[in-house]
Design a protein around this ligand. Structure first.
Ligand code: CTP
Length: 403
């Protein structure tokens, strides 16, 4: 009974996969969860409330009022009651409403009121699932901090075969157990994360920058926020963003700005993660006016930027944990070990450019974690979200040994 005492709000929308919600309900109840089901109106065409209320042992709601008494089904209370909100299956239509804040039914109003983590399990035909508008909506709901359970591949109700099948209930159960087990293990912790690139001004229209997307730092922020931590995310200019009640974003541009923002919050932090790809140098004397192309050759004098991790590492207090990253192309282990010591990190995560399937262009990564104690952990080649999970689990162990 791994979900004893946990409250799961399960929302079902109009999709052929709605029948799988019955099986998911059984699995959740069997593990000891209290399951409250809500349905969209179109889900009623696919599965009956009677089936779901029998399996969940609770009345099923699909409108703003109860039929018998006319009493209000309070969507705010439902949203606050739950430890986890799962929407499975999620149809393209409800997805679009979630992405745009539309609250025309009990399900979408509850979604807007929920404060707990939300897991979304879309189910669609393969062409629908790949449509740019659906992909854009999926992207938006992920940015809003939801956990997306990407559809699985296989035979679809249309007779076509491809990605679009709702994640199997057994897999959703596994994700639920994992999430709820860890849902509060960073509660009360204040964590600063630097993420993204920095930009250094050359003149009013140009800058020196780099290709960092900020993905890793944002993935860490999201995972930790879902586990109860309060995050100060100091984010350089990134295409990606996130909104989450536990994440406060301070947008910055230059290394100097990033340092100032980090320095201001550092004394109050329990944990600092330095995931930003900080520019090592900046133009010594940025031009006030746009530089004209008068000369055949030109050079810009650069001066060394402040090292944020090293500066804050030098004033690290007892009990504070600092984590660093290193991306190396040669003498990887030696360079990572040097940075670990020099910047006073508790551990450093080395991204190797030399492993097949790892690095910038892949959705997978392989990392080695070096600890102050001399311990070394090598990961398998894993999806980037699993790498974020691994880093956070390592952090949790570190936290437990410090306390
Ligand atoms: N870092 C930082 N401030 C800097 C440079 C780096 O906070 N000015 C942090 C990074 O966020 C990362 C770690 O230090 O966690 C290592 O960054 P990296 O760029 O690999 O190391 P550098 O010290 O810049 O060394 P080099 O570029 O010479 O490899």
């Amino acid at each position: 009974m791994q979900l004893q005492g946990k409250r799961v709000l399960l929302a079902v929308t109009g999709s052929i996969a709605a029948y799988k919600a019955a099986h998911l309900t059984r699995l959740l109840v069997k593990e000891g969860a209290e399951v409250q089901i809500i349905m969209s109106t179109s889900a009623l065409d696919f599965i009956t409330p009677l089936t779901l209320s029998t399996l969940s042992k609770r009345p099923v709601y699909h409108q703003f009022h109860k039929n018998e008494t006319g009493e209000w089904n309070n969507h705010v209370e439902l949203g606050l009651w739950a430890d986890l909100f799962i929407i499975a299956p999620l149809s393209a239509s409800t997805l679009s409403k979630l992405a745009h804040g539309n609250s025309d039914n009990l399900l979408t109003a509850t979604y807007l009121s929920a404060r707990c983590p939300v897991m979304l399990a879309p189910a669609m035909d393969l062409d629908m699932y790949q449509h740019p508008s659906v992909r854009a909506n999926l992207d938006t709901v992920e940015k809003h901090g939801n956990i997306l359970l990407e559809a699985e591949s296989g035979e679809l109700a249309s007779g076509l075969s491809g990605q679009g099948r709702m994640m199997e209930p057994e897999h959703i159960l596994e994700k639920t157990i994992q999430l709820l087990k860890k849902s509060k293990d960073f509660e009360g912790k204040k964590i600063m994360i630097t993420a993204g690139p920095t930009q250094e001004t050359i003149d009013p229209v140009r800058f020196i920058g780099n290709h960092s997307s900020g993905k890793m730092g944002i993935a860490l922020a999201k995972n930790l926020a879902n586990r109860g931590a309060k995050i100060e995310l100091i984010l350089g200019p990134s295409q990606i963003t996130i909104s989450h009640p536990n994440i406060k974003i301070s947008p910055v541009t230059s290394t100097h700005d990033m340092y100032k923002a980090a320095q201001a919050v550092h004394p109050q932090m329990d944990i600092c993660i330095f995931a930003a790809a900080v520019a090592d140098y900046a133009p010594a004397d940025p031009a006030k006016e746009k530089i004209k192309k008068n000369e055949e050759n030109m050079s810009i004098i650069l001066k060394k930027n402040v090292d944020i991790a090293a500066s804050l590492g030098a004033v690290k207090k007892d009990g504070q944990i600092h984590i660093g990253f290193a991306l190396e192309t040669n003498h990887e282990e030696e360079n990572a070990q040097t940075k670990l010591k020099k910047k006073n990190f508790d551990f450093i995560v080395l991204n190797s450019m030399n492993d097949a399937g790892a690095g910038f262009k892949h959705d997978t990564n392989k990392v080695t974690i070096f600890h102050q104690s001399g311990k070394k952990q090598v990961s398998d080649l894993l999806p980037k979200s699993a790498i974020a999970e691994l880093i956070i689990d390592t952090l949790k162990k570190q936290l437990d040994t410090e306390n």
